[in-house]
Write a protein that binds this ligand. Structure first.
Ligand code: PBG
Length: 374
């Protein structure tokens, strides 16, 4: 900051009969070389005097159009199952989706993100690339009921495999088994092939956006290549570019019935301690053709989000994950926090840090709170 713009104030603490006293003493205040307030106190509080004044100078505002609402689609019919660790969230069967789509659109939320809970899981997650799998059916139902609702398909295999990992696991019985790699290793390139295949199936069912979320190397290029080869060049990719191996996904594993049966996801998702590595991950996905990028989770990774937003010029999403939602609910249920205020404060901070879009289980509630003028 050039010296002529510097405004310096001095806090003097002195002793007075044994009591410590703080004296606020402006010693110098200059603006563009002019002494403006050398004998006046600077008072930022002037702009906080009333709700109207605060609103006028507010830097960050939330709107329902900022939100993307995740939905869990379950096999079967006529079922709306509450998810215990995520109060207010449900697993819905395909026939329940039309009603849900209406209420989402009515609230002004532009998009949903789909997760599937298939009837049967297997070694390669085949429900995910079957044209009659639970998510392709859900996509068709949603696009029929509400064509203007953007449907984003979360492209991962952990909900569909019997071992709960995000793709093909190296075992002697599977296609792609590689003796040189450790057993139990998530096979990168055989999984990319399946990601490409499933992306085409979902896009052909009508998905507006494919969101690869497995944190495999080359997943964006594989998705783009497969889509383009199937003449689906118009379908954009939202990449889970910087996705951390986070314990905040705990409730999601219940919601999606997808806990890994052995080990965890630290060999493919990022180490929570790394920020520079996030920039590398995002750069690779951008180079591979990602149209939009995501940082996940949100609140514990706001520094990463801000760094990514600063470095890259793509629409940037942040995912406020299941654990972030669950902990606010748990504290509120105990009477320890005000749910509405804390949820909106969290969402505001995520947007302030740089998110253009926020994936959040609070989407519907927040849209209601916002329209009620809160
Ligand atoms: C992977 C996926 C996960 C989440 C979104 N996509 C789980 C994981 O990576 O283990 C977590 C979302 C949340 O916790 O809300 N398909």
């Amino acid at each position: 900051m050039p010296p002529e713009r510097a405004i310096s104030c001095l806090f003097v603490s002195g002793e007075n009969g044994g009591e410590t006293m703080n004296v606020f003493q402006p010693v110098q205040a200059t603006m563009n070389g002019h002494a403006t307030a050398s004998d006046r106190v600077l008072r930022p509080r002037r702009l906080r005097i009333s709700p109207a004044m605060r609103r006028m100078v507010r830097e960050t505002t939330l709107a329902p159009s900022d939100f993307i609402y995740p939905l869990f689609v379950r096999f079967g019919r006529g079922d709306r199952r509450p998810i215990a660790s995520m109060p207010g969230q449900f697993q819905l069967t395909v026939d329940e989706l039309a009603r849900e789509a209406d209420s989402i659109l009515e609230l002004g939320i532009p998009a949903v993100l789909l997760f599937g809970i298939p009837e049967e899981k297997d070694w390669c997650g085949s429900d995910n690339f079957s044209p009659h799998g639970v998510v392709p059916e859900a996509i068709r139902a949603l696009k029929e009921a509400a064509p203007e609702l953007i449907v984003i398909s979360d492209m991962c295999f952990c909900e569909y495999t019997d071992h709960g990992h995000c793709g093909v696991i190296n075992t002697p019985t599977v296609d792609g088994y590689t003796a040189a790699l450790p057993e139990g290793y998530l096979l990168n390139d055989p999984t990319l092939e399946l990601i490409g295949r499933a992306s085409v199936v979902h896009a052909e069912a009508g998905a507006d956006i494919i969101a690869p979320s497995a944190m495999l190397d080359g997943m964006v290029a594989a998705t783009r290549g497969a889509l383009d080869e199937a003449d689906l060049e118009h379908v954009p990719i939202l990449s889970y570019a910087a996705k951390y191996a986070s314990s905040f996904y705990g409730p999601f594993r219940e919601a999606a019935e997808s806990p890994p049966s052995f080990g965890d996801r630290s060999q493919y998702q990022m180490d929570p301690a790394n920020r520079r590595e996030a920039l590398k991950e995002v750069a690779l996905d951008v180079a591979e053709g990602a149209d939009m990028i995501m940082v996940k989770p949100a609140l514990p990774y706001l520094d990463v989000l801000a760094a990514v937003r600063k470095e890259f010029n793509l629409p940037t999403a942040a995912y406020q994950v299941s654990g972030e939602y669950a902990m606010l609910h748990a504290a509120a249920a105990n009477g320890w926090l005000d749910l509405q205020k804390c949820a909106l404060e969290s969402l505001t901070s995520i947007k302030r840090a740089g998110a253009d879009m926020i994936l959040t289980y609070f989407a519907k509630d927040a849209a209601r709170w916002l329209s009620a003028g809160q």
